[in-house]
Design a protein around this ligand. Structure first.
Ligand code: ZN
Length: 112
């Protein structure tokens, strides 16, 4: 089973948004095409979130904003015990949460 996460490229001006907007923030266009989020980038910032929903089985989530090499900035879970700003990471897809017997997949980053 393969999983991908997609950003959305405006068909009018090429602006890439993630998550998807209803209207392009740059040109107000309303038609988009999916663009797979993949590859490597650099950590812009990260934080550990301790105030989680009660059904999380982890103590905290480490989240990062990563600037991918194509210039897109995306948020995802950072799987790194020694994070630092500027560190090179690779985008991947994995289980970010298990709830009521269902696996929820999302964007994750691992050291490149
Ligand atoms: Zn646009």
């Amino acid at each position: 089973m393969s999983h991908n996460v997609f950003a959305f490229r405006c068909k009018t001006c090429g602006q890439v948004s993630y998550p998807k907007h209803t209207i392009c923030p740059k040109c107000r266009g309303e038609t988009f095409e999916p663009q797979e989020i993949a590859g490597e980038g650099s950590v812009l910032t990260y934080t550990d979130v301790y105030a989680l929903a009660i059904d999380y089985e982890t103590r905290y989530l480490r989240l990062a904003i990563v600037e991918l090499d194509d210039g897109m900035r995306v948020t995802g879970q950072l799987l790194d015990d020694s994070p630092r700003l500027g560190k090179r990471v690779r985008a991947t897809i994995g289980v970010v949460r298990e709830t009521a017997g269902t696996s929820i997949y999302g964007l994750q980053f691992v050291p490149a």
